[in-house]
Design a protein around this ligand. Sequence first.
Ligand code: CAO
Length: 549
Amino acid sequence: MSIETLSVPDLGGASDVEVIEVCVAVGDELELEQSIVVLETDKATMEVPCTKAGKVTAVHVIEGGKLNEGDALVDIEVAASEVTPAEEVVEPAVETPAVEEAVVVKKAEEKVAEPAAEAAATETEIDIIVPDLGGAEDVDVIEVCVAVGDEVAEGDSIIVLETDKASMEIPVEHAGTIVSLDVSEGGKVNKGQSIGRIKAVVAAAPTAAAPTKAEPATAAPAPAAESSGEAKLAPPPATVATIEPGPETAFYAGPAVRQLARQLGVELSEIKASGPRGRLSKEDVRNHAKTIIEDVKSGKLSSGAGIPEIPHVDHSQFGPVTIEPLSKIAKITAQNMSRNWLNVPHVTQFDDADITELEAFRKGMKAEAEKRGSKLTPLPFLIKAVAATLRAEPSFNVSLHSDGENIVRKDYVHIGIAADTPRGLLVPVLRDVDKKGLWQIADEVNELIGKARDGKLMPKDMQGACFTISSLGAMGGKGFTPIVNAPEVAIMGVSKASIQPVWDGKEFQPRQMLPLSLSYDHRAINGADCGRFFTHLVATLSDIRRLLL
Ligand code: CAO
C-alpha cells in the first residue's frame, strides 16, 4: 500500500478554475477514470478523472474553490502493484485526455488563421474530417446537427460526440452546403475519419502544402491539405466539453450527467438543478428518476405515457370544505384501481339470473340457518355457483404470466369477496370453494367479512384469488361495471334482485331476477368464452340442483 496525491492536470493555460462539484469523499473506493472533481471555466466544464484506482484518504478541494495546474486534489491509498514512480504521479496530463480536450477549447473561429488577403476564393467540395479526439477512439455520435443540403456557417456544429468524460461539438471550418453525410446518430467515429462532404468557398492557399488553419497546440497533425490536391478541412480545436446553456437550454449539465440522464431516460430540461449557477448534478438526475418511479408506484403519476394529470383545484373557493387524510387502505385501493384500469383492457357483459327458486329455497332454509348460527344471504349461493362454473369453463380460471408470453392455468378455485369495511374496500379470499358445501361457504364468508370489518385480516387472507365477486345487492342499483382485480382476469358485479315480468311463452310471469355484470380482461378471455361462462352460471343459479351434477 502507498499513498499517492492526485493533482490537477494541464488545464490548457486556464488558471483559477472554479470547482463546481467534488465527486468523491474520504473513504470512497475510486476506480480508474472515475471523476474526482468537476471544474468550470467560462468556456467549458471538465471532469477530472482519477488516474489511479484506490481508496481516498484525504480530499484537498472544496466546492466553490479555485484550482490551478498541479494543485493537489486527493490523496489515495493504492495497492503496491499500482504504485507508479513519483515523477509520473504529478504528470497526469498524458492520462487525462478528456481534461485536455476540455481545456483546449476555444471557439473554432478563434483558431482559424485569416486567409491571406491575396488568396483567391474558390468553391470546392471538401471532406469533413473528425479532428483529434484527444486519444479517444470509437467515440459515440449522440447527435447529427445537419442534413444534406443544409447551408452551414463557419463554426456551426456538424455532430455532437460523447465519451464518458466529455461532450464535444464538432464544428465546420467553412461556410457552405452539406453535400453528403456518412455519419448517423448512434454511430461511432475516430480521428481522421471523413464524416461527409461540404461544398465550401475556401481561400486557395498559395502552395498546396500550406495549411489553411492554425493547429491547436495539443491537436495531432491535421489530415488536411493532402497531396491529392483535394482540400480537406483541418481539424478544429479538440472539443467543446459541454453544451453551454443558452436561451434554448435552461439547464447546465456536464457530459457524465447528460450520459446518466440518457441512460435513465429522463429529460434534463425537467430536472431541478441543485448545483451552483443552476448546474445539474448526477444526484439531481438520480433523485428526479427516483421521484418519477415513486410517483408511478404511488399512482400519483400514471405509467400510461402522456396521460395528463388532473389539475389541482382549490374547492374552498366554491364553498366550505374540510380536508381529511385518506386511509392507508383507501390509498392502496386507489393505486390498484388505477393500475388495473390502465393495464387491463376491460369488457363487461350483462345478464339476469332468474333466482326465484333459489330465493324460495334460501328463505326456506333461514330458520335452519339461524339455528346453526349461520347467515344465509344469496352470496354463498353465488360463490358456490361461480366455483362450479370456473370448473366447467376453465378459460376464466387463468392469469396472464408477467412475461407476456404465457398463460397460467389454475387447478384450484379460490374466490375473492369484495367487502365494504370502515377502513375501505378489502377483498378476503375463500379457498378451495369447489370442495366446500353451502353451509361451510356461508360460515367462512361471514367469518372473513367479520375479520375484514374488525381489521383482523392477515395478508395471506387476501391473496391467491382466481376470481372476485363484488356484491352491491344489499345496497341497490341495476348494474355496474366492476374493475378486474389483476392478475385475476374476471370479476362479477352483483346488483339488487327484483321481481320482473318474464315471458314464459304464453304469459308474463313475476320472477325474481338478479342483475349480474361480468368484467373480464380481453387479453385473456374472449367474448365467446364469456358467453359460455355466463350461460352456465345463469343456468346454475336458475336451478341450483345443477350444483349436484
Ligand atoms: N339482491 C337483493 N337482496 C340482497 C342481495 C341482492 N343481490 N344481496 C344481498 N341481499 C340482501 C340479503 O339477503 C340481506 O337480506 P336478508 O337479511 O333479509 O336476507 C341483506 O341484503 C343484507 O345482506 P348483507 O350485505 O348483510 O350480506 P351479503 O352477503 O349480501 O353481502 C358483502 C356481504 C360483504 C358482500 C357486503 O356486505 C358488502 O360489503 N358489499 C360491498 C361490496 C363492495 O363494496 N364492492 C365494491 C364495489 S366496486 O367493485
